[in-house]
Design a protein around this ligand. Sequence first.
Ligand SMILES: NC(=O)c1ccc[n+]([C@@H]2O[C@H](COP(=O)([O-])OP(=O)(O)OC[C@H]3O[C@@H](n4cnc5c(N)ncnc54)[C@H](OP(=O)(O)O)[C@@H]3O)[C@@H](O)[C@H]2O)c1
Length: 316
Amino acid sequence: MQAVQILRFGGPEVLEYGEAAIPVMDSNQVLVRIRACGVNPIDTKIRRGLGFVAEKIKDRLPWIPGYDLSGVVERVGGQVTEFKAGDEVFGMIGFPERGGAYAECAIVNTNEIVLKPVNLDHARAAAVPLAALTAWQAVHKTANVQKDMRVMVLAAAGGVGHFAVQFAKLAGAYVTGTASARNGEFIIGTLGCYEFINYASFPCSGVIPVMDVIIDAVGGEAAIQALPLLKKDGVMVTLPTVTASQVIAAAQAMDLTTKGMVVKPDIIDLQTIAGLLADHLVQVHVEQRYPLSDAIKAHEHIEKGHVRGKIVLAVD
Ligand SMILES: NC(=O)c1ccc[n+]([C@@H]2O[C@H](COP(=O)([O-])OP(=O)(O)OC[C@H]3O[C@@H](n4cnc5c(N)ncnc54)[C@H](OP(=O)(O)O)[C@@H]3O)[C@@H](O)[C@H]2O)c1
C-alpha cells in the first residue's frame, strides 16, 4: 500500500510518501481501506520527536502517523461479528503508540471504529474523532459542564475548540469563544457562541471572574492570561500537554483549579458523537483537503496554528 512514514524525527520534509507493508491482521481485527485521514497537531509534535509518544516510538521508526480515519471495511477477521465488508466506518485508531492512519489501509480493532453517519462524506468524518473525543471528554468528563454555566473556549475556531463550543452549547451553557478577528463571524454566526473575544485584546485588565469553566486549547501564556476570568470554584481544562504543568502551577498560585487531560479512545463517546452528527446537532468544519501525497503541505499548514476547524488528507 501507499503510506506516509516518518523515517527520522524532524521538520515536515521527513514525511515520506511511498510503499509500505500492510500490517498483519488478527482474527479479531478489521482491514479498513482508508478514504481520508485527519491531521492533528499531535502528529506534528511526534514528527518533531516531541512528547511522550515520540519517546515510546523512537526505536521503532519508520512509523506511519495518524489517528483519525474514515473508510470502508475490506475484510474482517474470523471472530469479528460487529462489522462486515463494505461497511463505511470512521474512528480513532492506534492511539497513542500505533498510529497508522496516513495510509491506504489500516488494521484496526473493532473497539476503535463505528459506522460513519451517512450525511458525512469520508473527508468530514475523518476530521472528527480525535478532536471531537477530546472536546467531549473535556466538556463532559473533566469539566462537567452543566446548563446555564458560563464556559469559555480558548481557540474556539480550531479543531478541538469548534467541537467544544458546540458540545458546551448542547449542554445548555453560555459559551464565549476566543480567536482572531477573522474568526469572529464563524464563532458567533456558525458555531453560535454567546460572545466572541479577540485574543489580541488579552490580557484584559480589571476583568470580573465570571467563567465556571475554561476549555484551553492554546496553552502557555494565553491560558495563564485567561485565568483571571475563572471563578474561584471554577475549573480550567488545559489540553496542550507540553505546557500543562506551567499552566497548572500558575493557577495554583492564584488559588484556582486547572486540570490537564489526555484524550482516551472511547467507543461509547464516539457513538454518541456520531449520533449528534447524524442528527445535524453538531457540525464539523473542514478548512482544507490535501491528497495523502501532500502530507508535507498539510503539516506545514497546521503548524502555522491558524486552521479553522480541521484539515484532512484524502486517499484515492
Ligand atoms: N490533551 C489532549 O488529549 C489533546 C487532544 C487534542 C489536542 N490537544 C492539543 O490542544 C491544542 C489544540 O488542538 P487543535 O487540534 O484544536 O489545534 P488547531 O486546530 O491547530 O488550532 C488552531 C486554532 O487555534 C487558534 N489560535 C491560535 N492562537 C490562539 C490564541 N492565542 N488564542 C486563541 N486561539 C488561538 C487559531 O485561531 P486564529 O486563526 O483565529 O488565530 C486556530 O483556529 C494543541 O496543542 C493540541 O496538541 C491536546
